[in-house]
Design a protein around this ligand. Structure first.
Ligand code: SF4
Length: 344
């Protein structure tokens, strides 16, 4: 089997080149080409013909297959359905903001966390993505749009902390100056609340942004929405978040999906504000996406605004997330559940 060079670290690539009897600096050249988006060794113009042939015999650069792409007519958001080499599928969303281009990538095919409101977890976990499969979502979107992506959010299909080792490899590659050179502060990882990994993450990547999906003001509601809350109780999660902010000095974003009649009334807002008092954080309020087969309705816009105001009165900064790609099923997991169309 050929060695896939996409997704291995620069030092591993250097060792591989040494094992082929090649100079280490050649590995750096090839690494740079891979993250410029080269799909074959023939595209690498500063590599000798002899080395190209040698590489072709033992190595390859795997690519995701674009199965579907939808472009929003409203705001230019692009949603991709990518096929993996084993036939599984994942999703990514490219978004344009005033501060630059951003992509939301997947970290697993499927997810075993089983959040009640989420389309991605409906069929459970199929497998983890490799670091290369995570990085390739960025490369494919850059190639398709012709634009550089400068912000990466790991908030698509999957729980990134359930695939921590590959997530770590991915972050190091996209941050590497010979890779994609994306600053640590321009990367955000979102977890549903895997406490031990929040602790590891604060040691390993103190500059990377952390988002925590909270979605409830207390354990009772959270357990009804997120099975992970049975393992990691609410108050322990908030304590881990407090420790994280103390250690890193960085603000946490709490994601809070507003579900009509479930977690979105005045009392819930007050309870949430009390839980988050004194914590360096921002609350991102997201009216839930309607997913076929799931019986949840989004809060009305004025209700979402009232919830935000209540939090702000109690000193907790909050915003209601602007919906992007509303005309293309841009929410996580929705494209995978619809029928794919092959476009290349
Ligand atoms: S919301 Fe995130 S953690 Fe929960 S099931 Fe969906 S992908 Fe998994």
């Amino acid at each position: 089997m050929k060695k896939n060079l996409k997704g291995i670290s620069l030092s591993e690539l250097e060792s591989y080149f040494e094992s082929l009897g090649e100079q280490k600096y050649r590995a750096k050249q090839v690494f740079r080409w891979i993250y410029k988006g080269a799909g074959s060794f023939d595209e690498m113009s500063d590599i000798s013909a002899g080395l190209k042939e040698k590489l072709k015999e033992s190595a390859e650069i795997q690519e995701l297959k674009t199965l579907d792409r939808r472009i929003s007519k409203i705001d230019g958001t692009r949603k991709y359905l990518f096929g993996l080499s084993d036939g599984n599928t994942i999703e990514s969303v490219f978004m344009k903001y005033r501060f630059g281009n951003s992509i939301c990538i997947s970290s697993q095919a499927g997810c075993r966390m089983g959040c009640a409101f989420c389309a991605s977890g409906q069929n459970g976990l199929l497998r983890d993505l490799s670091a290369g499969e995570m990085a390739d979502q960025i490369l494919k979107a850059q190639k398709d749009t012709g634009e550089k992506i400068n912000h990466v959010v790991v908030m698509g299909v999957g729980e990134p902390f359930d695939n921590y080792e590959n997530l770590s490899g991915f972050i190091k590659i996209i941050n590497n100056e010979y890779g994609l050179s994306i600053g640590m502060r321009n990367i955000t990882v979102s977890t549903c609340g895997v406490i031990p990994k929040i602790k590891s993450f604060s040691d390993d990547f103190p500059q990377v942004n952390l988002a925590v999906s909270l979605h409830a003001p207390n354990d009772i509601i959270r357990k009804g929405l997120m099975p992970v809350a049975n393992k990691y109780p609410y108050d322990e999660l908030i304590s881990a978040c407090r420790e994280y902010t103390k250690k890193t000095g960085r603000r946490i974003t709490f994601e809070y999906t507003l579900i009509a009649g479930k977690n979105d009334d005045n009392q819930h807002a007050g309870e949430l504000a009390a839980k988050l008092q004194g914590l360096l954080c921002h609350v991102n309020l997201i009216p839930v996406n309607q997913v076929s087969g799931l019986a949840f309705a989004p809060s009305a816009r004025d209700n979402a605004d009232k919830f935000r105001e209540r939090l702000q009165k109690k000193g907790i900064t909050a915003t209601v997330r602007r919906e992007l790609g509303g005309d293309i099923d841009a929410a996580c997991g929705q494209l995978r559940l619809s029928r794919p169309v092959t476009i290349n």
